[in-house]
Design a binder for this molecule. Structure first.
Ligand code: BES
Ligand code: MN
Ligand code: MN
Length: 464
């Protein structure tokens, strides 16, 4: 056992208990009723950063939720790592599908996590993963092993589009200056298959409203004679994909960067079982864009999905009615070099153009962001690679993810530094779903791997 492993072994009960305490606070950013809990969580993160060894920690007010900023500068000539994470969580709904209450964390064994997993909203996304960095800092400061400067920026609006973070970065470029940004808010292939996330998809999120007659109508008296907004909306949505599951919005693919054959064959080398994939989701077959594999469809290809659709009568029993309005929330996952604002415009124009006479359509853009790709021929990637190799005894596989952290492309634009995505979650950890969990093994392995990144990064930087 090396020093880090010994330290983790010795303190793991406390590391787990501290995470439990953080997970008990329902810091739901989507619902303003939880504003107090947001503030309470920010305060708790501040205290934890101070305890872990930061010299200076502050709660930075923004137009939205506060950002916790902390730093430990040991020598201004040394490089600086900026850790980003988020303390806000997704709403826990639907509540009745949770096997234990979302804000009463418990540890249970699962097939994939025989060492136990912590079940709670935010366990993996992102309190558990963010907190690995706080504990890694604790290890480094208490053992005199911090080899460079470190800054923390932990925000509270990631799950709702990070709008205050852009505001904050613009005003604090000097304060946030760094040599690399380090984030654990993604996943890895499997516990015995370490991987580093090298890409994130962009996002355009819109809400659409279709209005027919000026009031709800009796579906016998008016049915068949006027446009039913729900019928029309579903027909319009269905037309957004063709028979090959290609998206039909004109111009949608114009800027899409096509992966080379070499890249695609490299991707195909990553271990993946389509049979296990189908089994885990209890589906007879996969589904998606013709000409691409499952792993291509969920990472390097753009998509369009309805996230919610409503209107009319959905209560108990039957009500014969033609609703006046129908709604849907639609997300488009984007890839380099699509521009999310342009895609939002293309969607709006197209959706309005396909509406039949007899309804009015309103497209309301929500939020979005650009895709991101981490180059792998850099000192920072090499440092991450070496850290995983040392911790796992295996070379990590670079893998592009299908998820989005829209703020990452902004970091590069404003702070001019690259982001390394060291995720320790698993796809099966149910983030954003009922029964979200984070493996105790993954949590502790993360705490063990992170200081190795600092070590290799500082070493490689000094030899540059
Ligand atoms: N941590 C996730 C993103 C993620 C998860 C990326 C797993 C890769 C692998 C983040 O908190 C998230 O949920 N992002 C949102 C977008 C955001 C604007 C709400 C997403 O991807 O839906
Ligand atoms: Mn997250
Ligand atoms: Mn999330």
């Amino acid at each position: 056992m090396n020093n880090i492993q010994k330290y983790v072994e010795e303190h793991k009960e406390r590391f787990i208990q501290e995470l439990v305490d953080l997970l008990k606070i329902p810091s739901i950013s989507a619902d303003s009723a939880y504003r107090k809990d947001i503030l309470k969580t920010a305060d708790a993160v501040k205290v934890r950063l101070e305890e872990a060894g930061c010299d200076h920690v502050e709660i930075c007010e923004t137009p939205g939720n506060p950002i916790v900023f902390g730093e430990k500068i040991i020598d201004s000539n040394l490089p600086t790592v900026l850790v980003y994470g988020h303390y806000d969580v997704q709403p826990p709904d639907p509540l009745d599908l949770w096997e234990s209450p979302p804000f009463e964390p418990i540890i249970k064994e699962t097939k994939i996590h025989p060492e136990g997993a912590m079940f709670a909203r935010g366990a993996c996304d992102d309190k558990g993963q963010m907190y690995m960095h706080v504990k890694a800092l604790e290890y480094m400061t208490r053992n005199n092993e911090l080899p460079c400067n470190v800054k923390f920026m932990i925000e509270g609006e990631e799950e709702v589009g990070s709008s205050s973070l852009g505001w904050f970065i613009e005003r604090n470029k000097e304060k946030l200056s760094n040599d690399v940004i380090l984030i654990s808010d993604t996943g890895m292939i499997a516990k015995d298959v370490p991987s580093i996330t090298t890409g994130l998809r962009g996002l355009s999120y819109v809400e659409v409203e279709v209005t027919g007659p000026n009031r709800d109508l009796h579906s016998g008296l008016y049915g068949g004679a006027v446009a039913n907004p729900i019928n029309v909306l579903t027909k319009m949505i269905a037309s957004l994909h063709d028979e090959n599951n290609h998206i039909t919005i004109p111009g949608f693919y114009d800027r899409v960067e096509e992966a080379s054959d070499l890249e695609r064959s490299k991707m195909a080398e990553a271990p993946f079982s389509i049979e296990k994939y189908k089994e885990a989701l209890d589906i007879e077959d996969v589904y998606g864009e013709k000409g691409y594999t499952t792993n291509e469809r969920n990472s390097i290809r753009p998509t369009l999905d309805v996230n919610g659709i409503w209107g009319g009568y959905t209560g108990e029993g039957a009500k014969t009615v033609i609703a006046s309005k129908a709604y849907a929330k639609i997300s488009m996952r984007l890839v380099p070099d699509q521009d999310w604002k342009e895609i939002t415009e293309l969607f709006k124009k197209h959706f309005e153009s396909i509406a039949p006479k007899g309804v009015r359509v309103n497209v309301k853009p929500h939020h979005g962001g650009q895709a991101y790709v981490t180059p792998i021929d850099t000192v920072e990637y090499q440092a991450a690679n070496d850290a995983y190799k040392e911790a796992f005894g295996k070379t990590p596989i670079p893998q592009r993810s299908g998820g989005s952290i829209p703020i990452v492309s902004l970091f590069e634009k404003e702070l001019k530094s690259k982001t390394i995505l060291m995720g320790f979650g698993l796809d099966s950890d149910a983030i954003h779903s009922p029964n979200e969990h984070f493996g105790i093994w993954n949590y502790l392995k993360g705490i063990e791997t992170i200081p190795l990144f600092y070590k290799h990064f500082a070493k490689l930087k000094s030899g540059e």
